[in-house]
Design a protein around this ligand. Structure first.
Ligand SMILES: Cc1ncc(COP(=O)(O)O)c(C=O)c1O
Length: 381
């Protein structure tokens, strides 16, 4: 089966690179291949390209240029903010996060607690929402970092970031408020400053840019200690030779995504609606959080008595690529911690699949996906 005949609905895991970004990568590699820290003409080409990309990304994200630090992706940015502010001089500092975060945050939080600092987890309610009161209830005078994702990667449910950011400083003015917006920027308009986000993790490969590239937004009022030690790149904030072609491609992908945002997200929303409606009318399923404020690209479906792994394989054979939840959780085949946090009936916890639409989604994809699912369910039963 050619890739074109295969329906890809796993955009929350990764998206294909946009042609404009691929072209930019090739152009940038031929023009700016030199090390951007060097002192000759070709290094200056590379450095200029890097700074032009930073300027473009900062402008598109409504941030200052100095607030954008390039990373290897969302995972690194999450690790950086969450881990780097804890040090032995302040042993009573604590971290507040939630029990529905991506593994990059959960594992970083576990690192913080394994190093002797207190970590507190705000709990999701049964609708996949971490309420403002629940989250702020964990924050105290010793909270160094508080981290809550914008939209969940398994359910798409959008968290009350703005409300929390507005009040968190009244509890502790020195708490740094971080948000993992890796899924959020796929299909929501996010202004970090307007929402009171002081640090954010962004990933290029979710919006049609290259894998292994991302950015950390860090409000200019805050300074994080360098996370990777070595050279003095990124204003001494992140050591290592900078992937200038990857960053240039990221800037191009973000530019295209933003300019086509309404059209692309509109399609994701419509096709998801068609998909969910058709499934609800023909199968005994439930759509997680369908009454909630959800990111328009994610649909998490509970198939009751069908095991998700069996259905996943059948869908793959029939030409539809989806996943069980986050890519990491699918590999491990453990029940999802997000679904557990939502108190999903244990009988059905391994019966969920995540369908995620993206920038390549076309009219008809929702209907086609529903047809493939209905056929696969018939074949299994
Ligand atoms: C919410 C969320 N955070 C972080 C990540 C990790 O991002 P990256 O793949 O760029 O490291 C992902 C990727 O799946 C994600 O969905």
């Amino acid at each position: 089966m050619k890739n074109q005949d295969y329906l890809y609905l796993d955009h929350a895991a990764s998206t294909p690179m946009r042609k404009s970004a691929m072209d930019k990568y090739i152009e940038a590699e031929s023009y700016g291949y030199a090390n951007s820290s060097g002192g000759h003409k070709l290094s200056r080409n590379s450095k200029n390209l890097l700074e032009d990309s930073r300027e473009k990304i900062a402008e598109l994200l409504n941030a200052a240029q100095g607030e954008i630090v390039f990373t290897s992706g969302g995972t690194e940015a999450d690790n950086w903010t969450i881990k780097s502010l804890f040090n032995s001089e302040r042993p009573n500092d604590n971290l507040v996060t939630s029990n529905i975060e991506h593994e990059a945050v959960i594992a970083s939080a576990e690192w913080v607690s394994s190093n002797g600092y207190r970590t507190k987890y705000a709990k999701s309610d049964k609708n996949g929402l971490v309420t403002k009161d629940e989250f702020l209830g964990q924050v105290d005078n010793d909270t160094k970092v508080a981290s809550l994702m914008w939209g969940n990667n398994e359910t798409g449910i959008i968290q009350p970031i703005k409300d929390i950011a507005r009040e968190i400083k009244t509890i502790n003015p020195s708490t740094l408020f971080h948000s993992d917006v890796v899924q959020g920027i796929i299909s929501d308009n996010i202004d970090f400053h307007k929402n009171g986000i002081e640090s954010a993790a962004v990933s290029a490969h979710k919006i049609g840019g290259p894998k292994g590239v991302g950015a950390m937004f860090i409000n200019s009022n805050h300074k994080l200690p360098s996370f990777l030690h070595g050279g003095k790149q990124e204003l001494e904030r992140r050591a290592g030779t900078v992937d200038v072609p990857g960053i240039a491609a990221f800037a191009t992908a973000l530019e295209e995504q933003q300019s086509r945002f309404d059209e692309e997200v509109g399609l994701m929303k419509n096709e998801r609606a068609i998909f969910e409606e058709k499934l609800k009318n023909s199968l005994d399923i439930e759509i997680l959080g369908d009454s909630m404020n959800r990111l328009p690209h994610i649909s998490n479906v509970q198939f009751k008595d069908l095991h998700s792994e069996v259905l996943l394989i059948q869908l793959d054979l029939n030409g539809l690529g989806v996943s069980r939840g986050s890519a990491c959780a699918s590999g491990a085949q453990k029940p999802s911690h997000v679904l557990e946090a939502m108190n999903i009936n244990p009988k059905f916890i391994n019966s969920h699949l995540r369908f995620s639409f993206g920038w390549t989604t076309q009219v008809g994809d929702g209907n086609k996906a529903a047809e493939i699912v209905m056929q696969a369910v018939k074949e299994i039963e």
